[in-house]
Design a protein around this ligand. Structure first.
Ligand SMILES: NC(=O)c1ccc[n+]([C@@H]2O[C@H](COP(=O)([O-])OP(=O)(O)OC[C@H]3O[C@@H](n4cnc5c(N)ncnc54)[C@H](OP(=O)(O)O)[C@@H]3O)[C@@H](O)[C@H]2O)c1
Length: 213
């Protein structure tokens, strides 16, 4: 485990109960931060110091989210949609988050999107495979990204390849132009580690980091 940071942040996590979101919550707490886990159901997390839950009943509800985000330094979103069929959870959730955060250029939003959207929807095998498998999720990510990039806040859009539930390696690669191949993946724990690190030490403001192990 890395050493705790000297300055604790207040970090809100959207999609906190998901595979990646839970690791973000755990790692942010381990690093000494205060965490607001934004959840659909109360009691999703065991009570612990520096962790509070905010219940957000629907991703379109701005008012509930605005009170959850009050006083927060960084919002990290690991929201994700259903396995099959059309989904708008990322678009709806981020539209609400942007409304709740306002247009302050100091507001910090770090969002998990997906490699293969927009200009990365290319002729590569990776892009073809992901669009033939989860096109609806990719469309949701594209409209989410359009909302984010039209805002004036300090955003970072992380575009991982396939996610896996492998243990943390700490040896992943990150870069704006990292080539992504069909066989590339990133463990959710490593992805969470990068998300918290980017919250602490911003390297990709208004950027699109890619990551793989
Ligand atoms: N799987 C991959 O290979 C892959 C590759 C690239 C990018 N991604 C993207 O990476 C992100 C994180 O993925 P993951 O697999 O870690 O996520 P996940 O386990 O599917 O978690 C999704 C989170 O979103 C929440 N959520 C879903 N629908 C919601 C709704 N209608 N209202 C409020 N919250 C809702 C879930 O809440 P509940 O727990 O309450 O359901 C959960 O906290 C996703 O955006 C995913 O599309 C995935």
């Amino acid at each position: 485990m890395r050493q705790k940071v000297s300055q604790a942040l207040r970090i809100a996590v959207l999609g906190a109960t998901g595979g990646t979101g839970r690791h973000v919550v755990t790692q942010a707490l381990e690093r000494g931060h205060n965490v607001v886990a934004v959840v659909r159901r109360p009691g999703s997390f065991e009570r612990t110091d520096r962790l509070s839950e905010a219940v957000w009943s629907a991703p379109t509800h701005v008012a509930g989210l605005a009170s959850a985000l009050a006083g927060v330094d960084v919002v990290i979103s690991a929201l994700g949609g259903a396995a099959k069929g059309p989904t708008t959870v990322c678009t709806d959730g981020i539209r609400a988050a942007l409304a709740a955060m306002g247009q302050d250029s100091m507001s910090r939003l770090i969002v998990v999107s997906a490699h293969g959207v927009l200009e990365t929807h290319d002729r590569s095998l990776y892009s073809k495979a992901v669009w033939s498998g989860v096109a609806e999720k990719m469309k949701d990510k594209e409209s989410m990204e359009a909302l984010i990039t039209a805002s004036s806040i300090a955003w970072t859009i992380v575009r991982p390849p396939m996610l896996k539930d492998t243990r943390a390696t700490g040896t992943y690669q990150v870069g704006a132009n990292l080539p992504i191949r069909l066989w590339h993946s990133i463990g959710r724990e490593d992805l969470a580690s990068f998300l918290v690190e980017e919250a602490e030490n911003p390297q990709f403001i208004r950027g699109y980091p890619r990551i793989h192990r």
